[in-house]
Structures are given as C-alpha cells and as structure tokens.
Ligand binder design. Structure first.
Ligand code: GLP
Length: 260
C-alpha cells in the first residue's frame, strides 16, 4: 500500500486525479470504478477541468459505481445516480451506455446484483476503483462485519452511516436504511485501488485502514491485501497515522527509487 499525504483537500484531489489520468493514458478504454460522497467531489471537479481544458478523453471509458440507496429513484436529489450525473457524467464524454450504477429500484435485487457482477466481468474487470471511506471505516456500503469476500448485494446501513449521511437529507428519517453495494470481494478484484480521505473526521478510519489489523470491523482495512492500493489523504486525515514520517519519506524518495 502506498500512502500519499498532501497538505490539503485540493492538493489531495489533484494528486488523485493524476492517477486517473495515468491510467487513461495507459489504457484509454479503461474501466473505472466510481465512488460518491463529498470526498471525491474535488477529484471529479479536476477531471472535468482536465476534460474541458486539456482534452482528457473519456469516450472509450466504461464506469461502474460502487453503490446506491434502495428506494431512491434515479432523479431523487440524494440518489447516487443524481449525484454522479450532476458532478461528473453530465460534464464529460462517457457514452451513456457505458455507465453502470446499481439500481435502487429494481424489483429483483438478487438478480440485479448477479447481473451487475456479470457485467463487470464481461467488461474485463475494473482497472481502477476509486474509494472513499466512512467514518466507521466502511468502503462502499460494506458496513462493519461485512464479509471480506462479499459480492454485490443488499446491505442494511449502520446507525453511524445513517447519522453521517443525514446531513444530505432534510430529515434523518428520510435516509434510506438499505443500500445495494459492491462487496469487499468485488472491490478487491479491481486491478488498482485508490482510497481518498480528508479531514479529522476520517483520521481514525485512515489509521485503522492503513495500520490496523485486517478486519471486517473496518472493511477498508481489506485493501491491505491488495497488491496495488494507493491511499490519498490530506494532513488532517493523516493525523493519526503512526508511521506518517515513513510514508512521507517514501513519497519524497520516489523520484530516485530504482525502477520496478
Ligand atoms: C457513503 C458511501 C461511501 C463513502 C462514504 C463517505 O457511505 N457509500 O462510498 O465513502 O459515504 O462519504 P463522504 O466522502 O461524504 O465522507
């Protein structure tokens, strides 16, 4: 795992965007795994800027989103469909038919989840999966005790996640209690992972993700088992890391490191 500590949110977002650019330069028809939440907003803003000002091309890209609330229609202002359209898809040139987001309104969840997994496989797997992290250390909606080999499925949200996400809704009672989410096992199959976190509210989750034991109590810790995972954090989110100096030392020494 590589930990990339940037001074602030904007610098973290730009560093993360550079990784997406590198992947697209190597593979213009890459399959990208997309995340929602407030954390990747700066990343999406930068990718949109690069598309508009520097001709970053998404015309051959395919995307799969991590999760969606159950019961929210695609046009609901708090649905992840709406979020992705508003903050990213409406501003770049990804063909509509290449965009895959779990359905929160299907009449048959097991069948939809199986189809979603199959569709990822048919597209050759995810090349780069973008991840945020919940304050309780979850990735996508894989709440504490989710199996580390879980696949796309329905999950009941934890009280902490409902509380955290209530800020986006008018009333706490409006936050859905179920979600459809890629599993931890699904996420771990992506060829590259990039997890982003910003602010002191994420400091505990980041310390557990990077330096804690691999445990289903903190599903983000499963990325320790991935051979190509990068963690992008700002100084606040890095504040509880015990080996912060070491990560900074590695990052600064990187330009002179032997080529692998
Ligand atoms: C939700 C999403 C996660 C996201 C998390 C953190 O639970 N399902 O994918 O990482 O929120 O969101 P934020 O970035 O707003 O803190």
């Amino acid at each position: 795992m590589e930990v990339i500590i940037q001074p602030d949110y904007e610098a973290m977002s730009k560093a993360a965007a550079q990784l997406v650019v590198d992947v697209l330069n190597t593979k213009p028809n890459a399959v990208l795994g997309m995340a929602t939440g407030s954390t990747p907003l700066g990343l999406y803003l930068e990718l949109v800027r690069l598309h508009k000002e520097e001709e970053l091309d998404f015309s051959r890209v395919t995307t799969f989103n991590l999760d969606e609330y159950v019961g929210l229609t695609v046009n609901h202002p708090q649905s992840y469909h709406h979020f992705m359209n508003k903050h990213f898809f409406e501003h770049v040139n990804i063909p509509r038919h290449n965009i895959n987001i779990p359905s929160g309104t299907t009449s048959n969840y097991p069948a939809f989840c199986a189809w979603f997994e199959q569709r990822i496989a048919e597209c050759g797997g995810i090349d780069l999966q973008i991840l945020g992290v919940g304050s309780d250390g979850h990735i996508a909606f894989n709440e504490p005790t989710s199996s580390l080999s879980s696949r796309t499925r329905l999950k009941t949200l934890s009280k902490q996640t409902i509380d955290d996400n209530a800020r986006f809704f008018d009333r706490r009672e409006e936050v859905p209690i179920y979600a459809i989410t890629m599993g931890v096992g699904t996420i771990l199959e992506a060829k590259k992972l990039m997890l982003m976190a910003s602010g002191t509210a994420k400091a505990w989750a980041i310390a557990q993700t990077v330096e804690g034991p691999v445990t289903s109590m903190v599903t983000a810790s499963a990325i320790q088992m991935h051979p190509d995972a990068k963690v992008f954090v700002d100084a606040e989110a890095a504040s509880e890391l015990r080996h912060r100096d070491y990560y900074e030392f590695i990052y600064n020494a990187k330009p002179g490191a032997p080529r692998t």
